[in-house]
Design a protein around this ligand. Sequence first.
Ligand code: ADP
Ligand code: MG
Length: 273
Amino acid sequence: ARLSFKGIAHQYDVQLALQDFSLDVAAGEVVCLLGPSGCGKTTTLRIAAGVERPTTGRVEIDQTVVAGPGVFVPPEKRGVGLMFQDYALFPHLTVLDNVKFGLHQHAKDEREPIALRALEGVGMTRYAHVYPSVLSGGEQQRVALARAMAPGPRIMLMDEPFSGLDNRLRDSVRDEALSLIEQSGASALLVTHDPEEAMRMADRIALLRKGKLVQVGTPQELYYQPVDAEAAAFFSDVNRCAGTVAGGLITCPLGTFPAPKIADGTKVDIVLR
Ligand code: ADP
Ligand code: MG
């Protein structure tokens, strides 16, 4: 795995934000961390980035421990790119200087050509010398993406980076981001509360609820084989009714359905999309 969480728990002052959290992100894989507000998504990302130390457990990048008992590698040494919804560009720096800012580890004379290439990647070269305030939200997010990708991170950590954009723009910025990440070979851990976004972008989805992983799998697996009724309901509206299995069938006011492998007489909840 490129990025690995092993038995992570995270306790804020009063809030246990994550528990028993283990997840691998393979090389070149896009994993979406999906769940409602407050379930621990941002905490997970902050722990991966190195802006938060896990209370227990380890984080590994390419099999090397970057956070764990007695070990803590700072964010700038982890080779990760960060992109947030409100990852504000510096208003007093031009677009080009904003992107160059992420390249402080590179030699001075390399920064400009690398930054320009990154801007080209997101179609923003012609805005290199303007200030962020004249750009639209979508353009600013493109620049933020260029800034995050410019240093060539092996892991992109993205926290709801598209949720501030309107629908039409969101689709294009999202597709662009995905194709840039794919081209670069980076792995991505993308946080979202939007099941549609996760379905659309993820190789695998990690569904989080109250600080615990409830299911990890491909979008198809989560949609067609949800682990429980709540997981099913997260992806679409559902109708629910109760019934009792009889003769391998279950009958409720909405019809009769097969109930394979469930013993006759079992009381069940029926969840219908
Ligand atoms: P999400 O990103 O899924 O909305 P967070 O990871 O931000 O969730 O938060 C998880 C839980 O931890 C929430 O209950 C939140 O209130 C709490 N929390 C987050 N950050 C802090 C903090 N800095 N101090 C105390 N509690 C926090
Ligand atoms: Mg969050």
